[in-house]
Design a protein around this ligand. Sequence first.
Ligand code: ZN
Length: 186
Amino acid sequence: MSQNLITESMVFDELKKAIVETLNVDANDIKPETSLINDLGAESLDFLDINYRMEQSFGIKMARHFVLEHVEEMFGEGSAIDEDGALTDKAVELLKLRFEEDVPELQAGMDMDEVPALVTAGSIAAGVMDILESLPEKCTHCGASDWKAEGAAVKCGACGEAAVYANGDDLIKAWLEKVQTEKNLF
Ligand SMILES: [Zn+2]
């Protein structure tokens, strides 16, 4: 079902807090199009920290692996990244679908090490929103259909248990299966 307890702007505000606490930057410098690496100087460990903070706030499990890592695992080594560490045409096509917007830097032959710089505050917030949209219609503990938001956490109004969402990696895999069925890229 599509949940309407947690809005996109609540997610973005929570993400800004997580980024400010992790990177010690000014909240006003964080826009949806801000690249955490290029604009805010984030390093890979910082992503773990930011993800952890989002998991604590929302009671979710963020994806541990990038989309292209899942592609390699599902469709075979070399399907997304060639032997020189460059993105294949198909990987680029896939990432364009994933980002749902024009990313000029995204070109076939691009080095895979440059991909993390494409991660923006907006793309992280969209990933969180995807997870929140997996809120089941009924509480998995008591079967009631009575969700309530307490800050960023969603709880059952009947039994008080926290909502259980799909985890980020499973949602990426499900998305890849759907894209593969529709477009037969790999
Ligand atoms: Zn319940």
